[in-house]
Design a protein around this ligand. Structure first.
Ligand code: MN
Length: 395
């Protein structure tokens, strides 16, 4: 029986989103930095034999030197767990890398040799293979033709790379160490501990069980849903040729990124919109998580909601709140399109509408969207003397 904790993409040192205020940014930065010690706690609880870290453990250009000291203590506290690290594109083995300058405890192996490294763990009937990055970009398909089977052993590969499901001929499909599925399938490995993709997931290629654990803490607003690490159990007869591998995702993130749409059609005061925002999720999730809420629907043209003011007012109810204005003022375009309406507003609206419709007819959707925004903004300006930027629609 072999027990493995597999994590990747911790990105210690990564500065938090610039949207966060100073205090929250430093809270978040610290939470990302301390991810490793929570993973170590899991190793202790589970009495894991191995901790596999598949790259982007830290960010070379941002990490504090003191973090290496903390990481060293964390690793040292793991008296039952051996640690294997394959550096990735954010923590490559450059000359002044912490992997080279810091003294790592004896239970830690960093794959820093040239090419594929290998450590035989006789007592566990296991071989760990690994390869570390030396540059920030890697176009080469380094696993092409790689095959190394130690019969009678459980073979593990620890690597940071990009599995390319539809390889393009020119550049192998990625500049982040492209891995073609056939490379993994032919490798002879039992378990491929991958890193690089921040969304957790696992798949099988032939007899290879491959896992991207994802980032243990969400790093960007795109990182929605649960984040954590993988716990891997290898059945009784590790290395006997039919060792059963079972994988389990363990959620660990302290906070989540959430995004919701909120239809504010019919809400005609700021107070009503405020209350609708405050009815999203439950209180604990609002206070804990980072939220992006998109206000949609059609509102009376005269009502302008000030997003940054609302964000500030509601800020204490959320760990972080970003409001995106994606609603439209309900301008009465039917009245405006009547040619008998000779007002400036009417003439302007008719001009923009015919431009928009022509562009749409020609299939120029993006330009048609710009014309539609110009129509809305122009009517804002004429009617209210100011323009409400509809942030979400510019993407
Ligand atoms: Mn990464």
């Amino acid at each position: 029986m072999l027990k493995i904790v597999h994590a990747a993409d911790i990105h210690a040192g990564r500065p938090a989103s610039r949207e966060l205020d100073r205090e929250k940014a430093s809270v978040r930065r610290r939470e990302i930095e301390t991810g490793l010690s929570r993973i170590a706690d899991l190793c202790k609880r589970e009495k894991a034999d191995l901790l596999l870290l598949s790259g982007d453990l830290f960010e070379h250009s941002h990490v504090r030197a003191t973090w290496a000291r903390e990481a060293r203590e964390v690793f040292r506290s793991l008296d039952q767990t051996r640690v294997f690290i394959s550096p990735g594109n954010h923590d490559p083995l450059v000359r002044d890398s912490l992997y080279k300058t810091a003294a790592w405890p004896e239970n830690v192996t960093v794959f820093e040799g040239d090419g594929m490294g290998e450590v035989v763990l006789q007592d566990l009937n296991t071989v760990v293979h690994g390869l570390g990055w030396r540059t920030y970009l890697e176009h080469r398909r380094l696993l092409k033709g790689f095959r190394r089977v130690r019969e009678g052993s459980f073979n593990i590969l620890v690597i940071h790379g990009d599995v390319v499901w539809n390889p393009a001929a020119s550049d192998n499909g990625s500049q982040y160490l492209p891995i073609h599925p056939e490379d993994l399938e032919g490798s002879g490995m039992d378990y491929a501990a991958l890193g690089h993709i921040h969304v957790p997931g696992h798949f099988n290629l032939g007899k290879v069980t491959a896992v991207y654990p994802g980032c243990p803490e969400p790093l960007d607003f795109g990182d929605k849903g649960e984040r954590g690490v993988y716990l891997v159990n290898v059945g009784e007869r590790a290395g006997s040729g039919d060792s059963r591998v079972s994988t389990e995702f363990i959620p660990m993130a302290l906070r989540q990124m959430r995004s919701e749409d909120l239809d504010i059609t019919g809400l005609d005061t700021v107070e009503r919109v405020r209350n609708a925002v405050l009815a999203i999720g439950d209180e604990a999730c609002r206070k804990r998580d980072l939220w992006a809420i998109r206000l949609t629907g059609v509102v009376e043209p005269e009502i302008v909601f000030d997003m940054s003011l609302l964000e500030r007012e509601l800020g204490s109810d959320f760990f972080f709140l970003r409001l995106i204005a994606d609603y439209s003022p309900g301008y009465d375009l039917t009245t405006l399109s009547d040619p008998r309406n000779t007002s400036l507003e009417g003439r302007f609206a008719r001009h923009l509408m015919s431009l928009r419709d022509d562009l749409a007819k020609r299939g120029e959707e993006r330009s048609a969207l710009v014309a539609d925004l110009a129509l809305q903004y122009g009517l804002d300006a004429l009617r209210q003397g100011k323009v409400m930027l509809r942030r979400g629609r510019h993407r």
